[in-house]
Ligand binder design. Structure first.
Ligand SMILES: O=C(O)[C@@H](O)C(=O)CO
Ligand SMILES: [Mg+2]
Length: 271
């Protein structure tokens, strides 16, 4: 049976952020993920988790910035990660260290590392070695802290010139990194937009044990999974049949109210 985590950055956004924990718990979720915790005190977030019987299963390292205040504001200023960006290594390291400190307080096992926007005039290929070097460093830090770091292929329509877009490229990076603490976050919404053939990709990559987290949304609007071109009931059966026991993050923008749109989840859990 699939295990669904509410994404509190996209879901329940009719509520202030700190109120979304209770709303997710009221709707029956026992796990949450969100993009960034850095605008909040880690202990306040941990109290919301504990108070609502929730576990935190994923969040992102800062997309940029060297101080906590800069890290908290970087996404809104357009930053999309530094793992593959030349001249940004100290920022990348500071971000991973800040994320690991939050992960400890939040008792969160995995952190997504955004790789960044390819600078104008630079070839994507030329950034691979730097990305591998940074992932090795982050993988060692994460392993010391008992965590995993993940990389996620993201579509170019939502994030033009983003460094990592394809599942095979993510797995090539892992081939080079060769560390069990560095894994893939496979977002089926992005996978469908960039590559299609999602079921085949699941059959290819889930058995490798390198996919530590899945995410879902309807395609193309990124609404509920029962809207759009992907047949999620079929994919959930396949994910179960392939023995995946990790979390599936519900990373979608509810079309008309988060709780009202959860029928797809209730049907999946009843199937
Ligand atoms: O798919 C996404 O957009 C997220 O998982 C993310 O972390 C970056 O935006
Ligand atoms: Mg995602």
């Amino acid at each position: 049976m699939p295990r669904f985590a509410a994404n509190l950055s996209l879901m329940y956004n009719e509520l202030p952020f700190l109120d979304r924990f209770a709303a997710a718990a009221r709707d029956g979720f026992t796990a949450v993920e969100y993009l960034f915790p850095y605008a909040f005190d880690a202990h306040e977030l941990a109290a919301r988790l504990r108070g609502n019987g929730l576990q935190q299963v994923l969040f992102n390292a800062p997309p940029g910035g060297s101080t906590l205040a800069d890290m908290a504001g970087a996404w809104d200023k357009g930053a999309r990660g530094t793992a593959a960006l030349p001249g940004r290594q100290s920022e990348f390291m500071a971000g991973v260290q800040a994320a690991l400190r939050y992960a400890e307080v939040l008792d969160c096992p995995r952190i997504h590392l955004l790789s960044g926007i390819v600078p104008p005039g630079v070839e994507r290929e030329s950034l691979k070695d730097l990305c591998v070097e940074n992932l090795r460093w982050a993988g060692a830090e994460a392993a010391r802290a008992g965590r995993e770091v993940l990389i996620e292929p993201i579509n170019l329509r939502d994030m033009p010139r983003y460094f990592l877009n394809r599942q095979d490229h993510a797995h090539e990076l892992l081939d080079a990194v060769q560390m069990p603490s560095v894994k893939v976050q496979m977002d089926l919404y992005h996978c469908q937009i960039v590559e299609g053939d999602v079921a085949t990709k699941l059959r290819q990559y889930l058995p490798t044990g390198r996919v530590a987290h899945l995410q879902i949304a309807g395609v193309p609007e990124r609404h509920e999974p029962d809207r759009g071109e992907l047949n999620y009931p079929y994919l959930f059966d396949l994910i179960d049949a392939l023995g995946y026991s990790g979390w599936i993050g519900c990373e979608y923008r509810p079309a008309a109210g988060t709780s009202q749109g959860l029928g797809w989840r209730d049907r999946a859990l009843a199937a």
